[in-house]
Design a protein around this ligand. Structure first.
Ligand code: MN
Length: 314
């Protein structure tokens, strides 16, 4: 998915600033993207910029896509990140400048590593199921990996760990010795947890964590939470209390990244100059991002670059 926030704000993310235990409930911002689809942006927020290397989280749907085109995200570039598409319902077709065409369904990991540059499109197929419901996540690549090669992975068989009424699918990273097959570049975890009763989920106390509801209602460490709210759990916690009735939550965690990031549009960089270069490389159709074949329509152009927006807010 492309970040179509008309005012990508705040553009500057300072990583690794959330040390120590925390318990704070934050609300998503909602806005329309593209054809009017509403998304709930859970990350980044002014009060919480990153969780480990996780630097972006949108939750959308369930949307009825019978009488409209569903997801239509034209070709757009990425650098410095991995995109994680995770569907609860529906299907999308991913195409990228490596030549990949992949149909992705619910509970399947669609993982794209941009390295220095890649372009992709995501659309609902013509013979789509009636609902579209999912999560789009970005993982910042650490400095030593962000200039590397681009790649795409699709994994349909993800490991599941059970704790009584909690059923945790390891979408990405590692949880209690159980690892997702998806490639990672820093220590992190992304879990989709089905909650049906009261349970305890172990956490890695070296990680910082955030939890948000993706379906239904849940109680997270004593706080009632609905779709659109995120509970920030800092570092140093070794367990999380979860309760719900046929609910699902997403748990994101990771070792604090400790690198300052500059997020602008679909780019994760380190400086404003790097953002400007990436924008120029896309505008000039350079080989850096390549071309998405098989998409019928125009690619997305980057919004104007406002130099002032790249300055830290201090
Ligand atoms: Mn994208």
């Amino acid at each position: 998915m492309s970040n179509r926030d008309p005012a990508p704000d705040p553009p500057v993310v300072t990583a690794g600033t959330t040390g120590g235990p925390a318990h704070e409930v934050l609300m998503s911002r909602s806005f329309a993207v593209g054809d009017g689809t509403m998304v709930r942006r859970l990350l980044p927020q002014r009060r919480l910029r990153t969780i480990g290397a996780w630097c972006f989280a949108d939750h959308y749907g369930p949307d009825d896509v019978v009488d409209n085109a569903g997801m239509v995200v034209p070709p757009h570039p990425h650098t410095g990140l991995q995109t994680v598409s995770w569907l609860l319902e529906g299907e999308i077709v991913h195409r990228d400048s490596l030549g990949t065409t992949q149909r992705v369904g619910p509970r399947e990991l669609s993982l794209m590593t941009s390295g220095r540059g890649i372009a992709h499109s995501e659309v609902s197929p013509e013979d789509r199921p009636p609902l579209l419901f999912g999560v789009q996540l970005w993982v910042a690549l650490p400095d030593e990996a962000r200039h590397g090669e681009a790649s795409y992975e699709h994994h349909t068989d993800l490991p599941v760990v059970r704790y009584g009424p909690l059923t945790a699918t390891v979408v990405l990273g590692e949880h209690e010795g159980t690892a997702s097959p998806g490639t990672t570049f820093s220590r992190l975890v992304g879990l989709d947890v089905h909650v049906d009763g009261d349970g305890i989920l172990p956490l890695d106390p070296e990680f910082e964590h955030a939890v948000f509801v993706i379906d239904g209602h849940a109680t997270i460490d004593g706080d009632p939470a609905d779709v659109g709210s995120l509970v920030h759990v800092g570092t140093g916690q070794d367990a999380l209390q979860l309760s719900g009735e046929d609910s699902r939550v997403m748990v994101l965690g990771g070792e604090p990244l400790g690198e300052p990031l500059v997020l602008w549009w679909n780019f994760v960089c380190r400086t404003g100059e790097e953002v400007a270069q990436a924008r120029e490389d896309w505008a000039q159709e350079s080989d850096r991002f390549g071309k998405v074949e098989g998409y019928h329509g125009l690619r997305l152009e980057a919004p104007p670059l406002g130099p002032a927006r790249l300055l830290p807010r201090s």
